[in-house]
Ligand binder design. Sequence first.
Ligand code: CDP
Ligand code: CDP
Length: 247
Amino acid sequence: MRPQGELRIFLFHFCDWLLSRRNLVIAIDGPAASGKSTTARLVAEELGYLHVDTGAMYRAVTLKVLRTGLSPADAERIGSLLETTRVALRRDGPAIRVILDGEDVTAEIRDPAVTRAVSTVSRHRVVRQAMVREQRTMGAAGGIVLEGRDIGTVVFPDADVKFFMTAGIDARARRRRDELGARGDAPDIGQLAEEIRERDRLDSTREESPLKKAEDAIEIDTSDMTIDEQVRAVVARVKSVTEGTGA
Ligand code: CDP
Ligand code: CDP
């Protein structure tokens, strides 16, 4: 007879294998700096799934709007601009490169000017329709972790597992300050908190696909969690779904 420990290890790997074969759609939504991207990237890596950062797509369109000199509020002109705009996400090892009309704009889309304008650009129906179409195509075969603001509510309302990440404003402002600090910037934490609050407000009060928790999403408050704890919580829930326990 197989020793118990060995059997447990075998079952553990078997579940992992099953999971990688199941091709689930996993949705992660939440406000800025709640930990969506980091968690989605690591969960996708662990499950052998594709990771789609939908915020990066809205940021790339916003970068083009700013470069072209259009007003972020001008829905009509932005609609025309989209006809000649191509946003692609390219896998580069564990990272994702964001490609705008053939140019790698992974760094530029994180510029504060883009961050300030992105909520205005992404509230337009014409922008959302174009992005959602792309995202549905990417997720059609499953085996994917998508993160954003409207994944569980609009893009994939029938996603297999949905999460809604939150965190207190202080933790989120601190995270952004550390991120920008690593890029050589020294932003004021009070101003960062204000900008995050304003973006949350715009994202959750817009008419089209506002940021909100899907009724069947599992909420995770990451304020006092480590990144590893977040990833473990998500993977455990996904495994419980594939194993049919729903726990
Ligand atoms: O990383 P961070 O939380 O700062 O934001 P992001 O995920 O890069 O998203 C940037 C912006 O894109 C958000 O503030 C939203 O205005 C918009 N967005 C959206 O409208 N719908 C999504 N599914 C994802 C992002
Ligand atoms: O995608 P979203 O804007 O929701 O958040 P993120 O980009 O995943 O996380 C924002 C920053 O917070 C990243 O630099 C993460 O490494 C960091 N973070 C953290 O320090 N501790 C956590 N528990 C979660 C995220």
